[in-house]
Design a protein around this ligand. Structure first.
Ligand code: ADP
Ligand code: MG
Length: 879
């Protein structure tokens, strides 16, 4: 039995080629096909008498074919099918180009309906490539004008998005019979009370009217119902997700006002009022034991990093770890160095990890380290803040006590990702009062133990065997009245059978395991061993003390699940692991219109940095006429000679016109047309990094230090280049958009953008934000590929306005929502994308979703809706 969920492969009319094309746009089932909506309609509803047809207009006529045939044009280039159609009022020709099969499907004496554009040719007006449809006489039909049975003509005709080899005609041909069979079995997912309240078309009507409407009003009514439906689902899924998150627990980190004050007063500048407000909001959120979900929004250069650093520091000093994720390696390493500097006085250990390299900042020094070691340190709770790229969410990255995730630019973080990040051992930490008390108590004993260890070292010195230290320590513990056991064993379990035992050197006050070593150094093997003791025991804390040749090294190793490990079933462990979620602070420089804040970002609370630091000079932005290019170069030369840095941004890495020139070079010269113009070959002259680099370094500034930067370079190389540029060892950096986000080079004063029309306003604003980060006046020069693009509204807007929020609003006005947000692939249906900027609808759907969830949080009374919601959730993705 075929039903709505039947796969398109099983529809006889859809062959393999079309199956593939449909799947490419996400259509897999009959249901998907029926929910593939037209993007517009052609009005062929008026069938007019042939003698009323007018040149230049669309027309739909009906009549009998009195003649049809196909000829080839004399150059044999094209098939032309020509037919003459006649009604009571006259006759008209129809011409089709290169569609010889029409000749086979239409015959003399057929009754047809034709719709299309009317053109004027030598022999008078004719229908130019009209859509055609045979009209059969059938018992259902009253008069010929009755148009319900028509699909392509004689009615309001749906036009679908015709990409990927799917024509509207074909889609109509497929969709219409499916509609006829299935329209009354499509489930109504919008709750009845909402349908009534909003006077929506019920699904059975709406699905017809959206494809084959009786009137434009009916089409609008259907579309608004589906727009509502989509946004309603979106709101439901966001609100449900949010509610789910609210049930989880996060580590509460009390705000340490004194510490924050100490931090801010060590900064070389004063915080802006906005920065103060935002950091307060965030720190207050961190105090709560429900997970924070906050978006920190502030224009480029508004100083979001400082605010995030305050949150990180406070979290670390509460005893937890912080993950800090950046979209690119350049940015991650900048944050690493920035945070290391800002936190210099606060004894914080910071790790840095990308897919290729890892560093550690400890005791005021940055050192390269093995990734494996860094990850183990992390797992043992020895790293306070881990900074990196997307590699942070890999499986092998395990935090021991993650409480805060900071995400800079771009990434959207779902609950699942947050949970994945926080999956380390202390996920299951039980936060009863007794436990947290005992943790601080341990602090006390560990302090006593340390004292004993150092006292022994003082007396005995270094270089003895392990057993000597053991004996001495036992003596010392007795003197200090510290309770300890030496013979206690810890079972090693395998398949619930005891297969062996560990015997740690000491167990102190039945709380802490102490393992002594006398090795040249201890590494991860030893740590892992001690960790295993903990894992198999009821103990939470172990100390590993090594009397090395230089000093005593003491590592604290924590394993909090130990306590629960043996008693709880695997299931309940998983449950409690699911309960804990780190706080989330997401940062963006992209201004978010209110409608998006309520939809796509609807699960986040918003903190806004509204003002820029006061010391900033306004960046001078100029659109440069091509004839003034030389002057611009002279200006740049002067800036460089004063020690300033210059960015040159191009849209591409390599030039396609260069390639073409190469091809042309291989053609014998006699065959190249004189004065050939590459543009005639359809090659645009969009500037490329390699081309500009060649030109600048060879012709324009042969004496300056110029370097290329683009995404194809290795991370290390990019990093080195940025660093050299920062230090002043490179004068001009020719780059693609990889420098787009957040890179900080205070000495850079000129941002020169080639083919500026190729970039979006928000992106241009981001580029511009790369300069003006120091004391000096900075400039942004905009060049266009062709002079006539100079007047583009978009570029003018950039010149006139330096506020990211206003620019976003302007971009919205100039380009429209489709352009602006349509290219962001969130997996939302087009119809939802269109309506997402309709604040009225957004608010209405939000209210409706809230009301339903208040009454019935689990949607138990709405099983269909619940099921749809799950499918819907799988399709959308905001990351
Ligand atoms: P963004 O918000 O774009 O991430 P950053 O956090 O990178 O901005 O800050 C840009 C620069 O401004 C940094 O060099 C930072 O040290 C500096 N900065 C931040 N806050 C202030 C302030 N209140 N006054 C002066 N400079 C500041
Ligand atoms: Mg930033």
């Amino acid at each position: 039995m075929i039903n709505l969920e039947t796969k398109i492969e099983e529809i006889p009319k859809i062959g393999p080629v079309y199956q593939k094309r449909l799947k490419k746009i996400g259509i897999n089932t009959i249901h998907d096909l029926l929910y593939y909506f037209p993007i517009k309609y052609n009005d062929f509803s008026d069938i007019i008498p042939i003698n009323k047809v007018k040149n230049g207009y669309q027309a739909c006529v009906q009549g009998k074919i009195i003649e049809i045939g196909t000829t080839k044009t004399f150059k044999k280039w094209m098939d032309i099918t020509e037919a003459t159609i006649e009604d009571e009022t006259g006759s008209i020709r129809a011409l089709w180009f290169n569609q010889p099969y029409i000749d086979r499907s239409l015959r003399k004496d057929d009754f047809v309906c034709l719709a299309g554009k009317v053109s004027l040719g030598k022999g008078g007006v004719y229908l130019n490539n009209p859509v055609y449809e045979k009209v059969y006489e059938s018992p259902f039909l009253g008069s010929l004008r009755e148009n319900n049975h028509l699909t392509h003509t004689g009615r309001i005709v749906p036009v679908y998005s015709e990409t990927k080899g799917l024509t509207s005609k074909w889609l109509r041909f497929i969709i219409k019979p499916l509609l006829a069979s299935f329209y009354n079995v499509i489930p109504e997912i919008i709750p009845e009370e909402i349908i009534k309240k909003n006077k929506f078309l019920p699904i059975t009507q709406a699905i017809w009217q959206v494809h084959f409407p009786n009137s434009f009003e009916a089409a609008d009514a259907a579309k608004s119902r589906f727009a509502f439906e989509n946004l309603f689902l979106l709101q439901l899924s966001i609100l449900k997700e949010r509610a789910k998150l609210m049930k989880k627990k996060a580590q509460s980190c009390p705000m340490d006002a004194g510490l924050m004050k100490e931090f801010t007063s060590a900064l070389p500048f004063l915080l802006t009022d906005s920065q103060k407000q935002c950091s307060y909001q965030i720190l207050k959120d961190l105090e709560k034991s429900v997970p924070m979900s906050r978006l920190l929004e502030g224009d480029v250069g508004s100083g979001k990093t400082v605010v995030a650093t305050m949150a990180a520091l406070n979290t670390v000093k509460c005893g937890y770890q912080v993950a800090f994720m950046a979209p690119t390696e350049i940015l991650a390493s900048q944050h690493f160095k920035g945070l290391a500097k800002m936190l210099e006085k606060f004894k914080v250990t910071i790790g840095y990890i990308t897919s290729k390299e890892s560093f550690i900042y400890k005791n005021g020094k940055i050192e390269e380290t093995k990734k494996k070691n860094l990850l183990l340190d992390l797992e043992f709770g020895q790293i306070d803040i881990l900074i990196g790229t997307h590699s942070l969410i890999q499986k092998n990255v395990k935090f021991s006590k993650l409480a805060l995730v900071i995400v800079d630019e771009q990434h959207r973080f779902g609950v699942a990702q947050r949970q994945a990040l926080g999956r380390g051992p202390t996920q299951t930490k039980t936060q009863t009062d007794a436990d947290s008390e005992s943790e601080f108590l341990y602090e006390n004993i560990s302090y006593k133990i340390r004292k004993c260890l150092f006292a022994i070292k003082k007396e005995l010195g270094l270089g003895h065997k392990e057993i000597i230290y053991q004996k001495a320590l036992a003596e010392k513990f007795i003197n200090e009245r510290i309770k300890f056991e030496q013979e206690k064993t810890i079972p090693i379990m395998y398949n619930e059978k005891k297969i062996g035992v560990y015997q740690p050197d000491f167990i102190i006050e039945n709380k802490i395991i102490l393992e002594l070593k006398a090795l040249p150094f201890t590494g991860n093997i030893e740590k892992r061993q001690v960790w295993n003791y903990l894992k198999g025991s009821d103990y939470k804390l172990a100390l590993l003390a090594n009397f090395s040749t230089k000093d005593i090294e003491i590592s604290r190793i924590i394993y909090d699940t130990a306590r629960d490990g043996q008693r709880k079933s695997a299931l309940s462990q998983r449950e409690s692991a699911n309960k804990w979620v780190p706080h989330l602070l997401s940062m963006t420089a992209t201004p978010i219109p209110r409608t998006l804040a309520l939809t796509v970002y609807g699960d986040l609370d918003l903190s806004l940095i509204k003002e820029m630091p006061k010391n900033r000079k306004k960046i001078k932005t100029l659109i440069i006429n091509p004839k003034d290019r030389k002057e611009a170069y002279e200006f740049i030369y002067k800036e460089v000679k004063m020690g300033k840095g210059v960015f040159v941004i191009c849209p591409k890495i390599e030039s396609s016109s260069l390639k073409l020139e190469g091809e042309i070079a291989s053609i014998p010269e006699s065959q190249i047309p004189k004065n050939y113009d590459l543009n005639l070959f359809g090659v645009s002259e969009t500037k490329s990094v390699t081309q500009e680099y060649e030109k600048l370094s060879k012709e324009i500034f042969p004496d300056l230090r110029i370097t290329m930067l683009h995404g194809k370079l290795k991370a290390k190389e990019k990093e080195r280049i940025m660093l050299d540029f920062k230090k002043g060892e490179i004068d001009i950096l020719v780059s693609t958009s990889v420098v787009e986000v957040g890179v900080d080079v205070p000495r850079a004063t000129v941002m020169m953008i080639e083919s500026a029309e190729r970039f979006g306003l928000a992106q241009l604003h981001q580029f511009r934000g790369r300069v003006g980060r120091g004391q000096d006046q900075s400039y942004c020069f905009l060049f266009t590929t062709e002079p006539n693009q100079m007047n583009r509204k978009r570029l003018k807007a950039l010149v006139e306005c330096d506020n990211g929020f206003e620019l976003a609003q302007k971009d919205l006005e100039i380009r429209g929502p489709g352009q602006l947000y349509g290219n962001q692939q969130w997996g939302l249906p087009d119809i939802a994308m269109e309506s997402i900027l309709n604040i009225f609808l957004v608010e209405k759907t939000r209210t409706a979703a809230r009301e339903i969830l208040e009454k019935d949080p689990m949607l138990e009374k709405y099983p269909l809706l619940k099921e749809y919601l799950n499918n819907f959730k799988q399709k959308i993705h905001f990351e």
